[in-house]
Each structure stands twice: as C-alpha cells, then as structure tokens.
Design a binder for this molecule. Structure first.
Ligand SMILES: Cc1cc2nc3c(=O)[nH]c(=O)nc-3n(C[C@H](O)[C@H](O)[C@H](O)COP(=O)(O)OP(=O)(O)OC[C@H]3O[C@@H](n4cnc5c(N)ncnc54)[C@H](O)[C@@H]3O)c2cc1C
Length: 469
C-alpha cells in the first residue's frame, strides 16, 4: 500500500521533496521565534501543475496545506499549527515571466523574491514600488497574501494597488488563471482581490501581473526633528500640497527608537547635536533629472522653522542611505532590548496626536515606567506602537501585563476608528482581536467566503478566522 508520504512525494519532482533537518526547522518556526509548528512534509513544487496535484491529494487524504513564501511574516501565518499539515513553499517558482515596459507590467511566478522582481523592473528602466526591509527574503506571493505595505504606500498604495492579474490554485484543485495586465476590466466581480490579503486561507497564488511605474530620476531625502507629532502632521500635509504627488515616504520615529539604535549600533546616530523627541524621515522623488526636490524640502523647513528642532537634507545618495539605515535598524535594536510588546495599528492621520497622548496617559496609569517607542509610516497612518522594558520594568513584568496593555492600546485605536492590524495581518497572532473587533456582519461574510472558496478547509486552517477549522 502506498503511504501518504509516498503519495505526497509523487506530486513533486525530486528537488521538491525536502528532508534536510535545517530546512524543516527553518520552515516550522517564524522569524520572531513566537511560533513553532510541525509538518508532515515540506514540499517545494516546481510549477503550478505540481501545486495543483498537491492540493488535490490533500483534499483526497484530508490533509491541510500551509502556503509559505519567504517566512518573514510577523503573525505566524506561514507556520503550521495543527496535525496533518503540509508546508508548500513556493521558493522554486521564482521565474520572471515577462517584463512589458510599454504596458508597464511585470509578470512573474509567486515565489520570486521581491528584490529580484525589483531588479527585473529596474533593468527595464521601471520601478516596482514596494518598499520592504525584508525585500531580499520575502516573496511576491507572500507580499500579495499579506497585502504588504511598507514605505511607499503613501504614493503608490499597498500591494493590492499594484496587482493587475493573478494565477491561483483553488480549494478544489483547479487552477484559475487571469494573468492579464489590464487597468480596466469591469466584466464582473474582481476576483483577484479575494486572494490579496487572504493570508493563504483561500487559495495558493502561483503567479501574478504587477503594475510598474516610471523610475525616479532624482530623489531628495531629509531628516526633520519636529517639536511634536501635530507639527509632523502639518509638515506632511504641507509637503503633499507643494510636491505634486512626489512625496514617496514620510516615516515617523519617536526619539526613544533612535536612542535604542544608538545603544546597540553606536555608529548609527541622527546627525544632530542633541537627541530630539521626534523625527521624520521624508523622501521625494521625480521622473525629471533636475527636479528641485531639495528646494521643496528647504521650503518646508522655512515654513515650519519655529516648529522644528533640527533639520538636515541628505547631501548625497550615501547620506540618504544612512538616514534609511537609521530607520531600518529600529526593529533590530528594539529586539535587543528584550521583550517588546508590538502593536501594528492604523489610525486616521488626524487622530494620531490624540491617540498618542491619551494612550500614553492610560499606559502610565496601568504600568508606570514602561517605555513607549513608536515609529511607523505616518504618511499612511500606520504606527508600530511598541512597549519596551525600562530601568524599572523588566521583561517579566512587561510580559505579565501584555494582555492588559495590548487591550488598552487596541481599544483606544478602535475607538478612534482605527485598525488593530495595519499591515501584518491576522495569522495566528491576532485571531482573538479579529473575533473581538470585527463586527458580526464582517465575521459572517468572511466565513461565507471561506466556506465557499475552500469548503473542505484545505488551506491554512486555524488562521485569520477565529472559529473555523
Ligand atoms: C524586519 C521586518 C520588517 C517588516 N516590515 C514590513 C513592512 O514594512 N510592511 C509590511 O507589510 N510587512 C513587513 N514585514 C512583514 C513581512 O515581511 C511581509 O508581510 C511580507 O510581505 C511577507 O512575505 P513572505 O514571502 O515572507 O510571506 P510568508 O511570511 O511566508 O507568508 C505570509 C502569509 O502569506 C501566505 N502565503 C505566502 N505565500 C503565499 C502564496 N504564494 N499563496 C498564498 N498564500 C501565501 C502564508 O501562508 C502566510 O499566511 C516585515 C517583517 C520583518 C521581519
């Protein structure tokens, strides 16, 4: 009699059956070490037909599938969390299929690493405007399935805004292929958007057509130190008004974040004479070679002179990169401080000062001394509102207050019409919040979709929806 293992093995070619213990270990643990699972097998199919064969076999054998990209997700979505689960990694399906420079589109397999996709666009003198610090590891299928955000959302939108076509293996093992680079297509429901942000619970994305943009030919980057967040938001609005859609990024950094960076990476410090309570990293770009973008930044500085403690425009590309390194080092530095209680929230930009003020007061009432270190994509209202240990609050104390503090942060965010998950999704980590904050209608519609598209529950069980297998 053929065993399940032999049947799974027969769905892929020789290279698709992974047995190395290190590879299995890496695939069953998430990047933050919060989730550890077990899998019956780790498969790396070479093409869509093999993915479909795996899905059909899993339906037949009542196994379930955890789709996996680069495994850089923050919420445990790509980690198995039950019995009889098979990890399907798209890593070998990494081909660029077509760059159509005239149509401004890139067609590629879902396992393509984001950095390779960006490089393919660049070679054709185009831009794939998705800016993630994990670009050398994450895959397009993972970006689509998490509707990844990042640093360019302000100008170009989330990953959802970049997708024109998809190929997906469905919950009955059929392949739906719609790899068309159309910007207008109102010929019925827009099915591709069902799979974007679905975190692998509705199907396996195997290929996509993405929208490209003209390459920027000039950029200007500046570090501002506004006196408060209200001033940072006025600066954002001003830059949007004067820059004619050329503001790419507007990142907010609370002073505590750069102090942590300085502590662990002494070479990385803001180029100002003293520490400031708030920073903003702003970047403008243009398709014109000689656009006076620095002039716009200087204009903003002059306009907000009284509201700024410090300001510097990057003198060259190297210094611009240095400013971005400061920003990119924050998560690593915070991780080195010990346990950090992270919140990936979104708010209407106008409500952010109110949120920060009220939440800080409530946190200080609940656990005086805990360190608040927020940063994030202020330009699109996304804050990484992190709570860290301090000289008076150690890891254990902070951990013991996690539920209370997270509830407090999320409650305040939701009361201001925010979201408890801005860009990282739900996965396993935020299922309780999903149940708590999503309205009964939203929960019921989500269940209807899941059962319609994946009636046997073959894809990523126990993820996103709190109460469906
Ligand atoms: C330091 C750091 C910084 C980060 N910064 C950002 C940021 O700024 N913005 C942001 O949005 N995210 C950020 N992330 C999170 C992460 O990089 C993104 O969510 C990324 O898009 C995940 O891609 P991946 O290929 O690693 O997906 P994985 O982690 O492998 O998977 C993520 C989810 O997608 C599903 N999935 C993967 N591939 C497929 C597929 N082909 N078909 C169907 N489902 C699939 C998985 O089952 C899982 O649910 C960051 C992570 C780290 C570690």
């Amino acid at each position: 009699m053929t065993t399940i293992e032999e049947k799974l093995r027969a769905c892929v070619d020789e290279e698709g059956w992974i047995t190395e213990p290190e590879a299995l270990q890496a695939a069953t643990q998430d990047v933050r070490g919060l989730f550890q699972g077990q899998a019956l097998a780790l498969l790396r199919p070479a093409n869509t037909a093999q993915v479909a064969a795996i899905v059909r076999l899993c339906l037949q054998e009542k196994l379930s599938i955890v789709p996996q990209g680069g495994n850089t997700g923050y919420v445990g979505g790509a980690i198995p969390n039950g019995e009889r689960q098979v990890i399907v990694s798209l890593a070998r399906m990494n081909q660029i299929l077509e760059v159509d420079a005239q149509n401004n589109t890139l067609t590629l397999e879902a396992g393509c690493i984001l950095a390779d996709a960006q490089q393919a666009a660049q070679t054709a003198e185009r831009l794939l405007p998705l800016g993630l610090s994990t670009h050398k590891r994450c895959q397009i299928g993972g970006n689509l399935s998490t509707n990844a955000g990042g640093t360019s959302v302000l100008r170009y939108g989330n990953t959802r805004d970049l997708v024109l076509g998809l190929e997906v293996v469905l919950g009955n093992g059929e392949v739906w292929s719609n790899l068309r680079g159309l910007r207008k297509d109102n010929s019925g429901y827009d099915l591709k958007h069902l799979f974007v942000g679905a975190e692998g619970t509705l199907g396996i994305i195997t290929a996509a057509v993405l929208k490209l943009s003209p390459q920027p030919l000039s950029t200007a980057t500046a570090l501002f130190a506004p006196k408060d967040v209200g001033c940072a938001i006025k600066l954002l609005n001003f830059l949007q008004e004067i820059s004619d859609q050329r503001l790419d990024a507007f990142e907010y950094i609370q002073g505590e974040c750069l102090q942590a960076v300085k502590q662990f990476y002494p070479g990385l410090v803001a180029p100002f004479s003293c520490d400031c309570p708030h920073y903003v990293l702003a970047e403008l770009s243009s398709g014109q070679t000689h656009a006076d973008l620095s002039g716009l930044l200087r204009w903003a500085r002059a306009e907000f002179y009284d509201g700024l403690e410090a300001f510097q425009i990057a003198g060259d590309e190297q210094q611009a990169r240095y400013f971005w390194q400061l920003r990119a080092a924050i998560p690593r530095a915070q991780n080195q401080l010990g346990f950090s209680l992270k919140h990936d929230i979104a708010l209407p930009i106008s409500r952010i000062p109110e949120f920060l003020q009220d939440t800080q007061a409530a946190i200080e009432n609940t656990l005086p001394g805990v360190q608040i270190a927020a940063f994030g994509h202020l330009g699109d209202g996304n804050l990484h509102y992190n709570l860290l240990p301090s000289s008076t609050i150690n890891d254990q104390i902070l951990q013991s207050y996690s539920d209370t503090l997270s509830q407090l942060v999320h409650d305040r965010c939701m009361a201001l019409q925010g979201s408890f998950s801005a860009e990282h999704g739900i996965g396993q980590l935020k299922k309780n919040q999903w149940q708590q904050y999503k309205s009964p209608i939203e929960q019921s519609l989500s269940r209807t979709l899941k059962t319609a598209l994946d009636p046997q529950g073959v894809f990523n069980p126990n993820k996103v929806l709190a109460d469906l297998p």
